[in-house]
Structure formats: structure tokens, C-alpha cells
Design a protein around this ligand. Structure first.
Ligand SMILES: NC(=O)c1ccc[n+]([C@@H]2O[C@H](COP(=O)([O-])OP(=O)(O)OC[C@H]3O[C@@H](n4cnc5c(N)ncnc54)[C@H](OP(=O)(O)O)[C@@H]3O)[C@@H](O)[C@H]2O)c1
Length: 337
């Protein structure tokens, strides 16, 4: 089988290579082997290869194949697995090595793909919807049942647009921040009812304060961080919360400069990486939500482009291109009947 793998952490364009590896052995009890036909390139996949700014140098054992999400068909079923059969279309998360053509997965992390959901949508069915639920829970906790305004950064990202759609559906006041005038225009066309501001405008801080109104934002949901953090905290009302869930920006902001103590502010993280700590019942509810979204609102799981696994370098360059809309997929040909 083909796999993309690396032996040493570093620039993804340099350290990743296409390899031929033996197929995995027959699945153990409680496992299935999935032939992966499509998998996304998430920002987090590249962070895992390259290392997080300020994080531990090498988090995973190598050689390693990136990716934790994908979709395909079941190739083999281990003993004791119920409700899954060979040939069935499935999606999976979190299963390491999704950038390979075959993965062995615990059956409990494998989800049947409903008929009518495309292969592309199936590949995006789990991580981003489950992250959305994680973020909405964090926002709910931070708002203590009050109706204060929420600000989000990187609002044109795949995640940002899910948050935008959720704000309209649940009726919470949201102000969108993006980094360019073109990005702001595109997002205003998509969400005409949400105020959207470009941080490239010299007066963006004033525009944002006007759009938030009142005492300030109750919550800032931030995927950028770095040197923007001070400006974001300045938009918060006293006792507000900054929820950080990504590190797209550059630079850094010392925590001492944020005025956390006199203003009684909270800074917290949120990560879908902790989703497995939810109970089996809670996870089943979350997966039902994600599956419903794939069935009823596939436009929220937008694909930017698809590339064959062998063209991973071009695919990664596309995934990093400014102004891209949606998520880039790496695909493998379906086996012949
Ligand atoms: N914590 C979690 O569990 C979790 C889970 C999923 C995703 N995430 C994070 O969520 C973020 C978005 O992921 P995604 O998959 O939705 O991304 P995506 O669809 O690939 O979009 C990336 C977006 O980030 C914007 N961007 C890139 N660099 C920026 C910067 N320096 N300043 C401001 N905006 C910038 C881009 O804006 P342009 O349009 O201007 O290029 C684009 O809109 C990432 O940070 C990712 O790591 C976290």
C-alpha cells in the first residue's frame, strides 16, 4: 500500500515522502481495516509534522504517517465487531495514519456513512463538526447563560464558517474578524447578517468595538493568537473569556501584559484532541450531530480541491495558500470490483 510518512519532525514539504509499505495484518478482535479513499489535510496534521510553536520538540514516535480522519470502505472485520461489514462505506476519527491507503481502526471509532453523503463530504464528516461542538460548549461555559457578544478570528476558515452558521442558527451575537479586505468581502457575501471586519484596516479595533457595542465582548474565540492576542483581550468586557483553539498567527504576547488580574479575565484552550474523554453516550450523540450535518448541510463541509496521495506536496502548498476556501483532500483510487 502507498503511505505518506516522515522520519524526522520538520518542514512538511521537506520531511514527508511517498512510500510503499506492507498492508497491515488481519484486524484483531474489536478492530477493522479500512481502505482509505479520501482524507483531509487539516492545519493540525501539519502542526503534528512540524511541531507546535513553543510546544515539545517531538511529540510522536517516528516513522509516522500523518492524519487522524478519513473515509473509505471496510476491507476486513475483526472478531466480535458488530454493525460493521466488509465493503461498507465508513468515516473514522481519531485514527492515526490516515495518510495511508489502509488503516487499522478500533471499531468504536468507525462511523457508517449514510447513503447519499458523497465520498468528499464523508472525509470531512467528523473532525470539524466535532470541533464545532467542542467550541460551542466552551463558549456556552464562558457565557454563563448570559447573552453577551462573541468575537471570532480567522472567521473565513472552515471552522470559522461553521461557527458563523451556528451563531445564526442559535441566535448568539457574533462579530467576525478576518485578516484581509478580500476575505472580509467574501464572508459578508456568505453571512450578510454577521458583522465582518478586516484586521488589515488601520481602524479595525474601533470598527470591532462599535460592532460589539456595550461593555465589550463576553467571549473571544481565537485561532490566531501570537501578537494579536493583546488586541483581542482589549476587546473583552471585564470578566470575559479568551478561548484559544489554534495558532495561525506569529509572534507572542506575554501573559503579564494582558491585565488578567484587575479585569478578572479567563484564558482557556479548547481541543477536539480531548474528545475521547467524553463518555460513550456523549460521543454517540456528537457523532449523530456530525452525521446529520453531512446529510443535511454538506455545503458547510466545503472541499477546496482534491489531489492524489502522490501529489501531497502540491496539496500541502494548496492547503497553505492564502484566500483558499474549504479543506484540501488527499485521495486514493477505489479498488477495482
Ligand atoms: N483545537 C482544535 O481542536 C482544532 C480543531 C480544528 C481546527 N483547529 C484550528 O482552527 C483553525 C482553522 O482551521 P481550519 O481547518 O478551519 O482552517 P482552514 O479552512 O485551512 O482556513 C485557514 C484560515 O486561517 C486564516 N489564516 C491563516 N493564517 C492567518 C493569520 N496569520 N491570521 C489570520 N488568519 C489567518 C486563513 O485566512 P485567509 O483566507 O486570509 O487565507 C483561512 O481563513 C486552525 O488554527 C486549526 O489548527 C483547531
Amino acid at each position: 500500500m502507498r503511505t505518506i510518512a516522515y522520519d524526522q519532525q520538520g518542514d512538511a514539504a521537506q520531511v514527508l515522502s511517498l512510500r510503499e509499505e506492507p498492508a497491515p495484518p488481519a484486524p484483531d478482535a474489536g478492530q477493522v481495516v479500512v481502505r482509505v479513499l479520501s482524507r483531509p489535510i487539516h492545519p493540525g496534521d501539519l502542526i503534528a509534522v512540524e511541531g507546535l510553536r513553543g510546544g515539545p520538540l517531538q511529540r510522536y514516535a517516528v516513522p509516522r504517517s500523518p492524519g487522524v480522519e478519513g473515509a473509505g470502505v471496510i476491507e476486513a472485520v475483526g472478531e466480535g465487531v458488530e454493525g460493521l461489514r466488509a465493503g461498507q462505506r465508513v468515516a473514522f476519527f481519531p485514527v492515526p495514519g490516515a495518510w495511508s491507503e489502509l488503516v487499522t481502526a478500533p471499531a468504536e471509532l468507525v462511523v457508517p456513512v449514510p447513503e447519499g453523503v458523497s465520498a468528499e463530504t464523508a472525509a470531512l464528516m467528523l473532525v470539524n463538526p466535532l470541533t464545532l461542538l467542542t467550541l460551542l460548549r466552551a463558549v456556552d461555559d464562558a457565557r454563563h447563560g448570559e447573552g453577551g457578544p462573541v468575537v471570532q478570528t480567522a472567521a473565513g476558515s472552515s471552522m470559522g464558517r461553521l461557527v458563523g452558521a451556528a451563531a445564526l442558527m442559535h441566535g448568539f451575537p457574533l462579530v467576525n474578524l478576518v485578516r484581509s479586505a478580500a476575505g472580509a468581502q467574501a464572508l459578508r457575501e456568505r453571512f450578510p447578517r454577521l458583522p465582518t471586519i478586516s484586521t488589515a484596516d488601520p481602524d479595525w479595533r474601533t470598527q470591532a468595538r462599535d460592532a460589539i457595542g456595550g461593555r465589550g465582548a463576553q467571549v473571544v474565540l481565537d485561532a490566531v493568537g501570537g501578537s494579536l492576542t493583546g488586541d483581542l483581550v482589549a476587546l473583552l468586557a471585564d470578566s470575559g473569556t479568551l478561548i484559544t483553539y489554534g495558532g495561525l498567527g506569529s509572534g507572542s504576547t506575554p501573559v503579564e501584559s494582558l491585565g488578567l488580574v484587575p479585569r478578572e479575565l479567563t484564558v482557556r484552550g479548547a481541543s477536539v484532541g480531548r474528545w475521547l474523554t467524553r463518555t460513550t453516550e456523549q460521543r454517540a450523540e456528537d457523532v449523530a450531530f456530525a452525521t446529520r450535518m453531512a446529510e443535511t448541510a454538506p455545503e458547510l463541509l466545503e472541499v477546496a480541491a482534491t489531489y492524489d496521495l502522490a501529489d501531497f506536496a502540491e496539496a500541502i502548498a494548496h492547503a497553505r495558500r492564502p484566500g483558499k476556501s474549504g479543506t484540501v483532500l488527499l485521495t486514493s483510487p477505489a479498488p477495482r470490483e
